[in-house]
Every structure is written in structure tokens, then in C-alpha cells.
Write a protein that binds this ligand. Sequence first.
Ligand code: AMP
Ligand code: ZN
Length: 465
Amino acid sequence: MKLYNTLTRTTEEFVPHEAGKVSMYTCGPTVYNFAHIGNLRTYLMEDVLEKYLRYAGYAVTRVMNITDIGHLSSDADTGEDKMLLGAKREHKTVLELAKFYTDAFFADCAALNIKRPDVVQPATGCVEEFIRVIVSLMEKGYAYKAGGNVYFDTSKVEQYHKFFNFKEDDLEVGVREGVDEDENKRNKNDFVLWFTKSKFEDQALKWDSPWGVGYPGWHIECSCIAMKYLGEYVDIHCGGIDNVFPHHTNEIAQSEAYLGHQWCKYWFHVLHLNTSGGKMSKSSGGFLTLKKLEEEGYSPMEYRFFCLQSHYRNSLVYSQDSFDNAANAYRKLRQRTVAIPEEGEIDAQAVARYKKAFCDAMDADLNTSLAVTCVYDVVKAKDINGATKRALLADFDKVLSLDLLKEEAKKESSLSAEEIEAAIAARAAAKKAKNYAEADRIRGELAAKGITLVDTPNGTTYKIQ
Ligand code: AMP
Ligand code: ZN
């Protein structure tokens, strides 16, 4: 399998540290708000990667942290604690807030058929590990105390910028404007390992440490949680592209300083979901959640299909039109896949042939859009019988998880996609002719068959109950 590695900026053959086994680490959500559909794109593509590795025969162990402490409003350790701000906003304790949004996150994941990682570790449960590693970094001379906080000294590592050949002047990435420079830092890119000089008088969660009562920085959480469960070598580390700097850059610096050898070989980054106004982000407030999409009549599987149709290394622009197109295409595809009859004997040669095309697509740096084309090729094929088609779709769905053959689908509707579309067109024509009674009659007739129409600014879509 070939994967693009952000570390080497090339597409490489994937060779894990230990034959047959893959250790995989994923930066989990900061649980101060709902995940938006951009965050979910990242987790969804990581899920496809994990499932494809399992499909290819690897024994995968996947670990994810939950950031419930230490992530400040700027990734460069300035600003305020995101969790504390969220707790104030919602009149909850930090732990209540974390529980609420962690549960909401996994509910979204379940709806999107995203498998739960083998290990999910909230940062607040690993403080002892963080302290142990920070003590060692202090002893080795990679960390220093200043103004009460403990900082990682980036000048002590041979090459701090592993991902890019940054020019010093370009290093403002990830550092938002309008935040004060921390004067305790010896070097501009030094980052906090442990905060004690808390500017937040009411910081809810604090632990005792050799440097005073305080709490960990965000970056050390991921390094320590990964090492705790995966040992000294991580095969693949995943995240959204904004994590490259400073978060992953800092993770590498501290982990390799601590371990004394290379830590993680492959870095897998998913590009952003953007809106016409730019990157979708939690802090900007105006973001779309899965719940909102569902309220508008879309299903989580339609969003999964939308994501799989594009490559994870391309930014994906969300617009009502592009999403509607994907949602309609998915519904039509499923109408066809669930209707495939279980007839004939499975043709093993044909299975091998179509499977190879699917694997070739996924082996080429996880080309999910081509893999979706493989699904269509099976559905449309004239030379294979129903049983073979169903066997192939079930097989591909181990990775794509699009519910292509899910049982309930058969019961979904007594009307075909074409009949529903025709009824929608007839209703639109009736409305245009101001014949609202007829339009309402059509809506009522569809509703009686379990089909709810949803009027959007871009036309009418439908939901099957
Ligand atoms: P957060 O909860 O803010 O720590 O982010 C969770 C994950 O979502 C991280 O891996 C981010 O890199 C990723 N992410 C943030 N914004 C986007 C976006 N607009 N599109 C895709 N992934 C994103
Ligand atoms: Zn992380």
C-alpha cells in the first residue's frame, strides 16, 4: 500500500515497524463544543484508513486521546483554556462539559459508522505519565522552568521543523493574531509542557507536580498517551492538516528528545472541509454539525458518501449544491444496491477481478473516490450475477461502511427513486401553477408511504422514515 507521508512529502510504500502489526494514533477532539462536519471529515477518513489496513490483513491498534485540558485558544499556548471558556458558557463544570461533548462526539461517530478506536484516553486520566515524561525532559536538558511554567526548549533539538523547511519568518502559522507573546520563552517556538503560572484564577482542574500545582500543555498529552499504549514506535499518526504545526511538530520534538530515536514514521493528514467563506472551525461559531444536517432531512450516510467521493488530500468545499448532489447520488445508489437479488452462485474469479480493482484504488494513497467508482462498476456490471454483486458490495463495505446492503434498506420504500423524483417534479409543477391543493395532496401521498419531503433553497429532497 502506498501512502502519502507528510514527513517526507512523498508517497511511500507503507512498511510498519513490526511485520503484520500497525500502531496508529489519532489526535482526538477537544471536547468544548460539538464536532463540526469538518472535524468529522478528518475522523471519517482516518476510519477508512484504519479499516483498509485491517482489510489488508494488519492487526491494528488504534489509540485516540480526548483533549479535556490544556488546549488554549491559540495552538501556540496563549489565550484562554478552551474547556474553561466552554464550561463558563454552558454553566457546567469542566468534567461535565467534557463528558457531554465526548458522548456527543461518539454518537456522531456511531451515526457515521466510524469505528471507536481500541483505546480512547481522556488527557485528565494520564497526568502521572505527563509528569514522568516532563521530569525526564528536564533531566535531559530539553526543558526549563520560567515564570512558573515548564517549557520545551526547541533550540536543543537538532531539527525542530521536521515537516517543512520553514523560514523563521514564516513561523506565524498556527499563532493567531492579537495574542500576547509569552515573555518567558527562550525561543519563539518553545512551548509549554506544564502550566503553573495560571492566568486563570478559576482554573478548575489542577494537579500537584514537582513544579507546583498546575496542569499539562496540550502537546505533551498526545505524545504520552501514544507512548503509554503503543510503546516507543508509532507507525501512523493522524490528524487534520492544521495539526502539522505547531501540534505535531511539537509532539515529534518532545517524543524524540525523550526516546532518543525516531518516534513515528508515517504522518497522515486530512485536508480541511471548507465553506465558501474559508475553513470550517469550532472557534468561529458558524459551523455545521451532523445533527443540523439531520434536522434538514439528510442522513449521516449521505455525508459519509460525500466525503468518500473526494480524496483526503484535497480540500473539500461544502456547498448546498455539492452536498445535495452527493446525497441524491447516494440515495439512488442504495436504491439499486439493496434491490440486487441474491441469485446464482458466487463467481470467485469475478470476485477476485473486482476486488483487485478496489484494492488497487485503495492502495494508491487511499483513493476513495476511485473505490466508490468500483462500487458503481459492480452495480452496473452485466457479466456478474446477483450473488456475486452482493458478495463484492459486502466486502467493499467492510472498508467504506456505506450500509450498501443494510437490511432495513429493503423495507425503506415501496416507491423507486425514479417514482419519488417524478412525484417531487409533479409537486413543484403544481406549486408553480399555484395549485397548492394538488401540491399538498402529493406531499400527503408520499408521507403516507413513509417519504418526507424537505424543501431546501436548492430544491426539494426527501427522507425515508
Ligand atoms: P479539535 O477538536 O479542534 O482539536 O479538532 C479535531 C480534529 O479536526 C483535528 O484533527 C483537526 O485537525 C481537525 N479539523 C479541524 N478543523 C477541520 C476542518 N475544517 N476540516 C477537517 N478537519 C478539521
Ligand atoms: Zn494530538
